[in-house]
Design a binder for this molecule. Structure first.
Ligand code: PMP
Length: 392
């Protein structure tokens, strides 16, 4: 076919310039990225096996250890979004037949259960209505009943707007010979979390929320107890891409010279490095305080508009992602579309079990300001006045 004519012409749209509109992302993620992170991600690449790249990866590892408050050696960033870290955790820990207990109080537990089932885990679903959290007593009962090797729970449930209290869960899991796996994609950096102090065995997050980084580099850490399990498997995990034996090597965690496994998202890692640097400069405690204060400010503004917060118990409202009960008589989509079209501000509807029930507003990282809270409150007020009440 050396001289054959092409049957597929260049797509006309590709011959036009790239257009990316400016939007204020106040949904549950991604959030906007800072100029500093943007510039880091726009740098020329170097090789994924170059010594300078390994140094950057070492710095990222230290940054994740700070963000997670852990000394775990097995700490790295997965090349992928939050889901990839969730899969990496489960595919390495869970072997076919293992009993896995999944706390489901929103959509994320359901995703974890689906992944664990695909791996062949014996999945036990432990469900609570969205808007609530698990008590230690309920968790202990479930651990006694199911005798799992792993318990999964979401710290910041972004579909329901609930923050799960983490104190005491780790020790309970260990009392019952179970590892604790925690999802902090929507909470890391915005809500207090202490991997080591809270006895969390496996913790993962994402880059595109409080860290204000593009999606695609997801922090993940395993403690020694979790490493015992993942490096003493009967068979290799079914995913080569997410196999921790390989990933621990390329992240310099196994003490052996690094060997090629996959080409890491080099510019994504530059961006993550800068995002973690910003977190280190701001200080975790300052960041936690900022998110709590601005969330309370937003909550008051929402109630002043006559709207109801979806999570009744003040103490378990997630500071990073606020859920509002869809006001009676309105279509949620009319409100989110109106705010996007008129203000170029993203807020979203619910997800999984909260679809049709909530509106979600995220104030994360650099987006977490009183000015942004005021902006979105003004837009909401306008939407309530302008969007026809479609249900009667
Ligand atoms: N867990 C939680 C709590 C999340 O909020 C999200 C993202 N909305 C995910 C997991 C999945 O992350 P990603 O979209 O980056 O795959």
């Amino acid at each position: 076919y050396a001289n054959a004519e092409l049957t597929i012409p260049p797509p006309p749209a590709l011959l036009q310039p790239l257009v990316v509109p400016k939007k204020l992302l106040l949904g549950p993620g991604p959030s906007n990225i800072s100029t500093r992170v943007q510039e880091a991600g726009g740098k020329q690449i170097i090789g994924h096996m170059h010594v300078e790249m390994f140094e950057i990866m070492d710095t990222i590892k230290a940054g994740i250890q700070y963000a997670f408050q852990t000394t775990n050696n097995m700490t790295l960033a997965i090349s992928g979004s939050g889901h990839a870290a969730m899969e990496a955790a489960l595919v390495n820990v869970v072997e076919p037949g293992d009993v896995v207990l999944i706390g489901i109080h929103g959509v994320w537990g359901e995703r974890a259960a689906d992944i664990a089932e695909r791996i062949g885990g014996d999945v036990r679903r432990f469900v609570k209505p969205p808007g609530e959290m698990f008590t230690l007593q309920e968790i202990e009962q479930a651990l006694v009943q199911h005798k799992p090797i792993l318990f999964f729970i979401t710290h910041g449930e972004s579909s329901s707007g609930v923050v799960q209290e983490m104190d005491g869960i780790g020790p309970l899991c260990h009392k019952h010979n179970c590892l604790l796996l925690v999802d902090s994609v929507a909470s890391l950096g915005g809500v207090p979390l202490y991997m080591d102090k809270q006895d969390i065995d496996i913790l993962y997050s994402g880059s595109q929320k409080v860290l204000n980084c593009p999606p695609g580099t997801a922090p993940l850490s395993f403690n020694d107890k979790a490493c015992q399990k993942i490096f003493n498997r009967r068979k290799k995990p079914t995913s080569l891409y997410l196999d921790m034996s390989w990933l621990s090597n390329i992240w310099g965690c196994d003490g052996s010279p690094r060997k090629y496994h996959h080409t890491t998202p080099i510019t994504g890692l530059f961006a993550l490095r800068e995002a973690l640097a910003i977190l280190a400069e701001q200080g975790l405690e300052e960041y936690w305080k900022l998110h709590q204060e601005n969330a309370e400010y937003l909550h008051k503004g929402i109630e002043d508009l006559g709207l109801k917060l979806f999570v009744k118990d003040k103490a378990i409202r997630l500071p990073t992602v606020t859920t509002i009960a869809v006001p009676e008589g309105y279509e949620w989509k009319d409100i989110t579309d109106f705010i996007m079209n008129k203000y170029q501000i993203e807020i979203t509807g619910g997800l999984g079990p909260t679809i049709g029930k909530v509106l979600r507003i995220g104030l994360m990282g650099i987006n977490c300001t009183k000015a942004n809270a005021d902006l979105v409150l003004r837009a909401l007020k306008d939407a309530l006045a302008q969007c026809k009440k479609s249900k009667h």
